[in-house]
Design a protein around this ligand. Sequence first.
Ligand code: ADP
Ligand code: MG
Length: 212
Amino acid sequence: MTDTSFSSLNLPTSMLSNLSDLGYNEMTPIQAQSLPFALEGKDLIAKAKTGSGKTAAFAIGLLLNLNQRDFGTQALVLCPTRELSTQVAKEIRRLARFKNNIKVVTLSGGQPVGPQIGSLEHGAHIIVGTPGRIQDLIRKGKLHLERCTTVVLDEADRMLDMGFYEQIEGIIDYTPKKRQTLLFSATYPEGIQKLSADLQTDPIEVTVESLH
Ligand code: ADP
Ligand code: MG
């Protein structure tokens, strides 16, 4: 049997002890399959259902790769809805407790843009949000992604269902060509394959079958 404890990965002790404080001892199947590649900086297409622990499957890698002294945005997580953005940001903040002062900002639609612009004033290491609002803030010159070397598309199939294809591609155009792009999706329709072909480089595919 393969070892699915977090300690089987080469993680800093501070990260391991925070995971243990959160009650995370064993990796979930999607984490066990994704993390070794995510930590190596590989592009990934990960197919797994809701509730499988996808957030930690991408967040642990992006948190460990951060340069904390650089408040320019280094990682962007795109989510289909405001609710999901809030949930993902909350989980990233819990996982980020292994260090002090990692700044995670949520930028999603349906909320006033003013305070969001304010929250970007002193920079943010990680941005989580919905494509429409993020594109809006880029166009307003308030969000800069030229040093954003990790991009996560969370629930990518739902984002495509909501018509975000063009916006996702438009946003990623602002990030460096040399970056890590992680795509998470419950299903793998043609649009996802096209998105992957446009945005990823030699992606590793991992699939976790649903247990129900
Ligand atoms: P998904 O994005 O796949 O829907 P989440 O990342 O939101 O899943 O995680 C679902 C729940 O599982 C969350 O409450 C999270 O705290 C918990 N969780 C994630 N990874 C682990 C783990 N390795 N051990 C225990 N609980 C975990
Ligand atoms: Mg999720």
